[in-house]
Write a protein that binds this ligand. Structure first.
Ligand code: ATP
Length: 265
C-alpha cells in the first residue's frame, strides 16, 4: 500500500449525474444488492471496490440497464440520470446505452473491421452527416483510446485480429465514439499489460473532463490513482462512499479498513 499515489485532485463539478435510491437487485432468490443509495457526480471518476461477489458489477450494470438482458434479474428502487428515471417504460434501453456507455472486463470487439467497430455507434445513432465526419470521429475516438498510432495503417483489418490489450482499447474507442455522458467500466484493465493499463488510466483522467466515469476495479492502487470518489461494497451493501483520499487514509467503517488493509477479500 506504500506505493499508492493518492489522488490529490479536487472535485470541481458538484452536479449529481446519477442518483440511485433504495436500489435492490435480485437474481431469482439471491439478494445481490441491498438498499443502495448513491450519488454519482458529473465530471468525476467514481471507483467501485469490494471483495469478489459483493455486487459491484451487478450495481454497475443497473446504471445502463444491462441487467435487463438477464432473465432472472430483478431491479427495484430508482436510478435517475439527470433527474429522469432510467427504468421508466418510455426510456429506450438502446438510446440509454448511447448516453451511458460500457466497457467490459473481457474485450468484445464486433466481428468487423477496426474502423467499423468504432463507426458503428455514431452511424446507428445518426450522429454524423457524412463519411468525412465519420472518419473524424473514428480517428478522434481511436486517439482518445491511445490506439490510433498502432492501427492507423490497417483500419480495414478485423478488430478481432488485434492483441488483447489493443482489443480492449478498441472497445474503449467504440464506447467513447458516441460521446456518452457516463462511461461504465467493469475491470477494464484486467486484460492489459502495465503499459496499456497506464494509457487507459490516463485516458480515464482525460474523459472525466467531459463526463462521469464509473470504474469497477480489484486494484486499490488503480482506484486511488484514477478516482476522486470511492464506493466500498460488501455482501451487497454499500458500506462506505466518499472522497477517495478519505476512504483510503481514514475509512470510517471497520469493514472498509479491513478490506483496504488486505484483511478481507
Ligand atoms: N447472471 C447471474 N445470475 C445469477 N447470479 C448472479 C449473476 N451475476 C451475479 N450473480 C450473483 O450476484 C452476486 C454479486 O455478483 P457480482 O458479479 O455483481 O459481484 P462482483 O462484486 O462484481 O464480483 P467480482 O469482483 O468477482 O466480479 C454474487 O452472489 C453472484 O453470484
Amino acid at each position: 500500500m506504500n506505493d499508492m499515489r493518492l489522488t490529490e485532485r479536487t472535485v470541481n463539478a458538484n452536479d449529481i449525474k446519477i442518483a440511485a435510491r433504495k436500489v435492490q437487485v435480485f437474481y431469482g432468490t439471491t439478494h445481490a444488492i441491498k438498499d443502495v443509495d448513491v450519488d454519482i457526480l458529473d465530471k468525476t471518476v467514481t471507483a467501485f471496490i469490494g471483495p469478489s461477489g459483493c455486487g459491484k458489477s451487478t450495481f454497475l450494470r443497473c446504471i445502463n440497464r444491462m441487467n435487463d438482458t438477464i432473465d432472472i434479474c430483478r431491479v427495484e428502487g430508482d436510478i435517475l440520470l439527470d433527474g429522469e428515471d432510467i427504468y421508466n417504460k418510455k426510456v429506450d434501453p438502446v438510446q440509454l446505452r448511447a448516453r451511458v456507455g460500457m466497457v467490459f472486463q473481457k474485450p468484445n470487439p464486433f466481428p468487423k473491421s477496426i474502423y467499423d467497430n468504432v463507426a458503428y455507434g455514431p452511424k446507428i445513432h445518426g450522429q454524423v452527416k457524412n463519411k468525412a465526419e465519420l472518419d473524424e470521429v473514428v480517428e478522434a475516438s481511436l486517439r482518445k483510446a491511445a490506439l490510433w498510432n498502432e492501427v492507423k495503417d490497417r483500419l480495414d483489418a478485423p478488430g478481432t485480429g488485434l492483441s488483447g490489450g489493443q482489443q480492449q482499447r478498441l472497445c474503449i474507442a467504440r464506447a467513447v465514439a458516441t460521446s456518452p455522458e457516463v462511461l461504465l467500466m467493469d475491470e477494464p484493465c484486467s486484460a492489459l499489460d502495465p503499459i496499456a493499463t497506464a494509457q487507459v488510466e490516463e485516458l480515464i483522467d482525460e474523459l472525466r473532463e467531459n463526463f462521469s466515469v464509473v470504474i469497477v476495479t480489484h486494484s486499490m492502487q488503480q482506484a486511488a490513482r484514477v478516482s476522486q470518489r470511492t464506493a466500498f461494497f460488501h455482501l451487497g451493501n454499500l458500506v462506505e462512499f466518499g472522497e477517495t483520499g478519505q476512504i483510503f487514509t481514514n475509512p470510517r467503517d471497520p469493514r472498509t479498513e479491513s478490506y483496504i488493509t488486505g484483511r478481507i477479500g
